[in-house]
Design a binder for this molecule. Structure first.
Ligand code: FPP
Length: 258
């Protein structure tokens, strides 16, 4: 899906929120390793702290009325990390499902997975499918967990299925491609946040993020809590989104300039 989906909030019900808030926030949760190393801890301790923080950020999204949150939990490139770290991240996904699913359900969170499930072991794969099924009626917040996800892989996968379905070239449109992506039915992210000071997109939502606003912060992910999220939402409220067009106030200048 494309186009603006940001919403106007009633500032009386949420006093510290700006009026314009993003409908969909996506986050590259970066800096867990450095957070751990700076404390003399193993990298996995950083991922565990990052998971704790995820809980805080989900709660904040529910509080702020954000409707979609997409998190980059494991990329198609992350398989190249040391085996111990890869196994640790797989275990974290399993732990979250085993221990947190009920609470997420009670908060009204609808869980989705984006990416490929095929490299996960059959037990974990089934747990993910069951968790998605268990929460499918929830409507407060859609949480897209990008696990074994890559933006290019997603587009390759979409092209393969478009060809398999025998779609005629003239029928391939933006809308049609959207329907073949892992995110089918989800509005494009209004705001993409990357923590830890890195200034890259890293193969995350490369189609869907075409017109997203980006927010970068040096804060490591485990320290990016409610107040940091609120700061990002305020910054977003001041951005002017033009989608390649011109603001009405500047139209005369643009026309004169040809
Ligand atoms: C990037 O930080 C982070 C990851 C590759 C993993 C993110 C995972 C979590 C926060 C856990 C939540 C997971 C699930 C499944 C719900 P990094 O390790 O690259 O940090 P660095 O750049 O400082 O080394």
């Amino acid at each position: 899906m494309t186009g603006s989906s940001e919403r106007m909030m009633n500032s009386e019900t949420s006093p510290d929120l700006p009026e314009k808030i993003p409908t969909h926030i996506a986050i590259i949760m970066d800096g867990n390793g450095r957070w751990a190393l700076s404390r003399g801890l193993p990298r996995l301790a950083g991922h565990r702290a990052g998971t704790e923080n995820l809980r805080r950020v989900i709660e904040a999204c529910v509080e702020f009325g954000i409707r979609y949150l997409t998190i980059y939990a494991f990329s198609t490139e992350n398989w190249g990390r040391p085996q111990e770290e890869v196994q640790g991240l797989l275990r974290i996904l399993e732990d979250v499902i085993d221990k947190e699913l009920q609470e997420l359900h009670e908060q009204g969170v609808q869980l989705h997975h984006i990416g490929r499930l095929d490299r996960l072991n059959p037990v974990l794969r089934e747990k993910v499918i069951q968790a998605v099924e268990f929460t499918r009626e929830n409507t407060r917040l859609v949480l897209n967990v990008a696990f074994n996800y890559g933006g290019r892989d997603e587009i390759v996968c979409a092209i393969q299925r478009i060809i398999e379905d025998g779609v005629r070239p003239d029928d391939v449109t933006d809308d049609l491609v959207n329907r073949y992506l892992f995110t089918a039915g989800v509005p494009d992210p209004d705001l993409i946040i990357r923590t830890s000071g890195e200034l890259r997109g890293s193969n995350f939502l490369i189609w869907q993020g075409a017109y997203s606003e980006w927010y970068f912060t040096p804060t490591y992910w485990p320290d990016f809590g409610r107040d940091e999220l609120l700061k990002a939402v305020h910054e977003f409220a001041h951005r002017e989104r033009r989608y390649g067009g011109v603001q009405p106030a500047n139209q005369g200048i643009a026309e004169n300039a040809g």
